[in-house]
Ligand binder design. Structure first.
Ligand SMILES: Nc1ncnc2c1ncn2[C@@H]1O[C@H](COP(=O)(O)OP(=O)(O)OP(=O)(O)O)[C@@H](O)[C@H]1O
Ligand SMILES: [Mg+2]
Length: 407
């Protein structure tokens, strides 16, 4: 069966039960998807687009062939490498043998954003709830076994499965803790550095630089550190959760994951100008500068996000900012994942300053911002050590903070 029809549900603002919005038809053979809104949904007074960029209400939806035939918001609600691995273990099939439609259906209540995908319009709310923070030791044990291809006891596997519908490649699980949902990010097999601790230090450094970050924590489980970041797309309401819509920059721009030559910060800023405030656009500029200063080269367009709230789109808090390791003595030049300025992806402040106007920022303001961020980031070592990064690891990270000669 290559063609599948899936019901797309949406959690409308203020509601904790999703309503069916339309039917998504996907062919795994042609890699083309198409969506049609349901008549009853369209007639609702509070109807919202399921993807505010690709599927505006009142416009005849066009079929989609990018990203495996998934509209951006649908792709953002599907798992990536890690979530797919967990689902493939559950299904007992290799990850590449499972179709996009099956991944969409298999992801559960912890998926990103405000959409859900079910077999039929009558299907009930997903039963599986995210596991509690107190289960982290068991969940991490299960994640480690999955990474190394080991066998996991069924009840432990289920805990991990319940929380593993988010995107991203690293091992992680959504857990309930205090009054919120958090993504717990674990060490990965083969890490040579304490990445959870380093992500915690880098995110708090970003916060000091005036970048909006979610609440973040780090906890130790046995001899391992776990990074926790509060989910900005969920809010507790009684026993259930209210949800914000989520769109990655990849989806806002309707880019294809494989079409890397088009990825471009100033182009994102141009599109943002049509939907959001100058403040959000300036913050994107700030994040780009910060990525250069901390050598975060994994700043691909799915690592920038937007919240869709009612009819409005705004820049989400920042996430997934980690310095890439650099080797001492091999030069300091590097590239970001997206184009920055006149010199393309070249990660220099000089290059970043060439397109400041596109980010609603004057040359003078841009230079001031760069100077302010440089002053804070040059004390990164002190900040990292105060946030528990070991001296040995700070030593190993030092080449990542060396500035390219071209500024
Ligand atoms: N605080 C948050 N609240 C809601 N959603 C989030 C949050 N942080 C991350 N996300 C979503 O979860 C996805 C995975 O998170 P993250 O990027 O941190 O994982 P990763 O495995 O390190 O990713 P990558 O594969 O880019 O290295 C993101 O792409 C984004 O859609
Ligand atoms: Mg990521």
């Amino acid at each position: 069966m290559t063609e599948r029809a899936i019901t797309v549900f949406i959690y409308l603002p203020g509601e904790t039960v999703a309503v069916p919005a339309g039917i998504f038809t996907h062919s795994s053979e042609s890699g083309i998807g198409s969506f049609a809104y349901g008549r009853r949904y369209i007639e609702r007074k509070n109807a919202l687009p399921v993807d505010p960029v690709a599927l505006s209400l009142g416009v005849l939806p066009q079929p989609v062939a990018t990203n495996g035939g998934l509209y951006g918001a649908f792709r953002d609600a599907a798992p990536d490498y890690w979530g797919r691995l967990v689902i493939s273990v559950d299904m007992g099939a290799p990850p590449e043998a499972i179709s996009e439609a099956d991944y969409l259906l298999a992801a559960n209540a912890t998926r990103a954003g405000n959409l859900d995908f079910r077999m039929s319009p009558q299907d009930p709310e997903p039963g599986l709830k995210p596991p509690h923070f107190s289960s982290l030791p068991n969940i991490m044990d299960a994640a480690e076994k999955i990474e190394s291809g080991g066998k996991v006891e069924q009840h432990l596997f289920q805990l991990l499965r319940q929380g593993s519908s988010m995107g991203g490649a690293r091992p992680k699980c959504t857990v309930e803790w205090e009054d919120g949902l958090w993504i717990a990010k674990f060490p990965a097999k083969g890490d040579s550095l304490n990445i959870p601790r380093i992500e915690y230090a880098t995110m708090t450094l970003a916060g000091r630089c005036g970048i909006r970050i979610p609440e973040v924590r780090v906890v130790s489980v046995g001899d391992k550190d776990v990074f926790l970041i509060r989910r900005f797309d969920r809010k507790k309401s009684g026993d259930a959760w209210l949800r914000h819509g989520f769109l990655s920059a990849l989806s806002l721009m309707q880019w294809d994951e494989r079409d890397r030559v088009r990825w471009d910060y100033p182009a994102i800023a141009d599109t943002m100008r049509r939907h959001m405030t100058a403040e959000d656009i300036r913050e994107l500029f700030r994040r780009m500068i910060f990525n250069i200063l901390v050598r975060n080269t994994d700043d691909h367009p799915r690592n920038h996000g937007f919240l869709t709230d009612g009819g409005k789109i705004s820049l989400s808090p920042a996430y997934d900012i980690v310095p890439a390791p650099a080797r001492a003595g091999v030069g300091t030049d590097f590239h970001l994942a997206m184009s920055v300025g006149d010199q393309g992806r070249q990660a220099t402040l000089k290059n970043a300053l060439t397109r400041a106007a596109r980010f609603c920022i004057s040359n003078e303001e841009a230079s001031d911002m760069v100077e302010q961020l440089q002053t804070i980031v040059c004390n990164w070592r002190e900040h990292f050590e105060a946030h528990g990064v070991s001296i040995r690891e700070s030593d190993m990270l030092t080449p990542s903070f060396d500035r390219p000669k071209s500024l």
